[in-house]
Design a protein around this ligand. Structure first.
Ligand SMILES: [Zn+2]
Ligand SMILES: [Zn+2]
Length: 667
């Protein structure tokens, strides 16, 4: 896999300059080694006290070099684990609720799991430097989840077990990022490999001549075969030439095929936000289990997921990160699900800036009492020449959120009065948590009776991840979690279905109940199990609260099929659909048509080119024509170039929309 491209580095001059700068500023810390750690430069020192005494020096260095710097220590000067653990317990605030302390010898990291991580780090994060100076260990603090969850353990165990391998991988990744440029930025080309003219299998290749970055690598919700895969066999796509993969969020149609790249031999970095890392582990493992349960051999294995995890580099919102010699990446909040990001690429020393919204929710904050979880998507950037925007709801508006909530509450009351059960298919990530929150609030406010709310499928694990990142949720919810010790996802009658006996209970309980289960489009998962046994009873109801893709069982029932074939222990039976079928729109995590337009209106600065994807053809066409005719109303000074490419089409992008003039810029 190592090619001649990879072994080139920063030109030796440039490299010397960086070293010289580091020695000049941090020399007093007695530097032992300097090495790349993915996009960061790790400086191993023997005198960490210097860092404590000159706290601003690291920042100054990072600013000067425009690189991210991480200070670690030489193993010889690290104090014993016992001493370090004792030091942390004695000096951390007593009410921080430390529950575990773990050590990573390779990186010299001490990982503390605490109920109140904010108390330990404090506002200045100075405690980290105190620990570094006194013990030689670099402190990392993790939040103890409010719900019992295995995911934090999985992540920490993975870091621990593959420590050596991760360090080695990051060194190689760093060498490649900071290599000497071979040809430089020649152009900016975008190749649609999936999600163009459709919803599903999101995948975009960005090529600059010098480097190649893949944005998302998703799987269509409608199946497993090659028709559900992005066009990875396109001639432009060569896995060994890929510099990086960037994943916008942990939905299947954006991350579902990531492990396949590793099966094909990819060993490069995967950039994600920290919550996306956690959620995608759950989603990808579940994909394998689900496929096998349905008798389908999944396209990849657990070992491919593990391999991907070893190459994951978590990057928080608004942190600028080098991902190739001529590309800097910044994630910003997309408001769609926890950890969802818009991807901003700064290409060729600012020659070109590309913004990929991926799935996003842009809305106006009306009141503090909304049961929304996430703040709306960001809309201000330094520069944007071209925009790739999703258009799932490009053709229509959905009713306002408040109305959707009212409708749901009304339906619950209706079904409860008849003694029936209400079945709600949800995606484990996003909608599941929103619906749960709405129902818990309604019970709390006496708007619906206190009937049991069963939650089945991956929703539980993912909800636990949500409780891990309160700082990313909207303020009212964050405050309840951080200051009132409340868990908004757990009401008085919430029952998390963690084994089959609970599922039987949900099916057989005499009175009314609500059942929230995956998958969101009914193509597998526990929802189908419930549906099989509930479909024949008129007192029951099924309500769709999210988009149903063509070809899925959900879409077929939604559009009126009253008899469907389902598998019962390997045997196919026809099931009559007698229960009431409803659709409530307005809970969507996507921007509606008017929200897409108001995002464009607010967006600063204005792009020259607008590319639409992630929508059915009619939605894309409708939105494109509105932008073309209403560009002035949307605040553009000149008409933008509006493109609706198909999969496999590629677009060459120009800094301006006047092609002939700007082509010269690259010459
Ligand atoms: Zn999504
Ligand atoms: Zn999507």
């Amino acid at each position: 896999m190592v090619t001649s491209r990879q072994v080139r580095h920063h030109s030796s001059d440039q490299r010397l300059l960086i070293l010289k700068e580091i020695y000049e500023v941090l020399g007093g810390a007695d530097i032992a080694t300097i090495e790349y750690e993915g996009p960061e430069i790790a400086v191993y020192v023997k005198n960490p006290k210097f860092i404590l005494e000159h706290e601003d020096k690291v920042k100054e260095l990072a600013r000067k070099l425009r690189k991210r710097i991480v200070v670690r220590t030489h193993p010889k000067i690290r104090k014993s684990r016992e001493y370090t653990a004792k030091f942390i317990l004695e000096h951390a605030p007593p009410d921080s609720g430390i529950v575990d302390i773990q050590f990573d010898d390779v990186l010299g990291e001490v990982r503390v799991i605490a109920e109140k991580p904010g108390k330990i780090l404090g506002k200045s994060k100075a405690f980290r430097n105190v620990v570094l100076a006194e013990t030689g260990w670099r402190l990392e603090v993790y939040r103890k989840p409010l719900l019992r969850s295995g995911i934090l353990d999985t992540v920490l165990r993975h870091l621990q077990r593959h420590s050596e391998e991760i360090r080695k991988a990051r060194r190689e990744i760093g060498e490649r990022i900071f290599r000497e440029m071979l040809v430089g930025t020649r152009h900016v080309r975008v190749v649609g490999l999936g999600s163009f003219g459709e919803v599903g299998r999101s995948c975009i290749l960005v090529d600059t001549g010098e480097s190649r970055v893949l944005l998302d690598v998703g799987l269509s919700p409608s199946g497993y075969g090659p028709n559900a895969y992005p066009y990875l066999w396109a001639p432009e796509f060569r896995v060994e030439e890929l510099d990086a993969v960037v994943i916008s969020h942990a939905h299947m149609d954006h991350v579902g095929l990531l492990p396949l790249l590793f099966k094909f031999g990819f060993r490069g970095p995967v950039y994600v936000t920290p919550p996306t890392r956690d959620i995608m582990i759950i989603v990808l493992k579940d994909l394998i289990n689900l496929a096998r349960r349905e008798g389908v051999e999944p396209p990849f294995d657990f070992s491919d997921v593990e391999m991907a995890l070893t190459r994951v580099i978590p990057v928080s919102y608004n942190v600028v990160t080098d991902v190739a010699p001529d590309i800097k990446l910044t994630f910003t909040n997309a408001g769609h699900i926890l950890g969802s990001a818009m991807v901003h690429l700064h290409i060729g020393q600012g020659m070109f800036n590309l913004l990929y919204t991926a799935d996003f929710k842009f809305y106006r904050i009306k009141n503090d009492r909304s049961t929304r979880l996430l703040p709306p998507a960001d809309y201000q950037f330094h520069r944007v020449e071209a925009l790739i925007m999703e258009a799932t709801y490009g053709a229509k508006d959905t009713p306002p959120r408040e109305k959707a909530e009212e409708e749901l509450i009304h339906l619950v009351n209706d079904v409860a009065k008849k003694g029936g059960k209400l079945l709600i298919p949800v995606m484990a990530v996003g909608r599941g948590q929103e619906i749960l929150l709405v129902l818990n609030e309604a019970i709390k406010n006496g708007k619906i009776p206190e009937i049991p709310i069963y939650v089945d499928g991956m929703v539980y694990e993912v909800t636990a991840v949500y409780t891990n990142y309160p700082e990313l949720l909207v303020k009212p919810i964050r405050d309840r979690m951080l200051h009132q010790g409340e868990n908004p996802f757990e009401g008085p009658s919430t029952v998390y279905v963690t084994d089959y006996s609970k599922r039987d209970e949900a099916l057989n309980i005499g009175g009314p109940a609500v059942i929230i289960a995956t998958s969101g489009m009914m193509n597998g998962g526990p929802i189908v199990e419930y549906f099989k046994y509930m479909a024949g009873d008129e007192r029951n109801a099924l309500v769709f609260v999210s988009y149903q893709a063509p070809g899925t069982l959900g879409r077929r029932i939604q559009s009126g099929e009253r008899e469907v074939e389902l598998r019962f222990d390997g045997e196919i039976r026809r099931v009559k659909v007698k229960l009431r079928v409803e659709t409530i729109e307005g809970f969507t995590g996507h921007s509606t048509r008017s929200e897409l337009l108001s995002f464009l209106k607010r967006l600063r600065p204005k792009p020259r080119t607008v590319i639409l994807n992630h929508g059915e053809p009619s939605a894309l066409a409708s939105l494109a024509s509105t932008i073309k005719t209403s560009w002035q109303r949307l605040g553009f000074e000149t008409p933008p170039l509006v493109e609706v490419p198909e999969n496999l089409e590629s677009l060459r992008l120009y800094p301006s929309n006047i092609k002939t003039k700007t082509a010269l810029l690259y010459a």
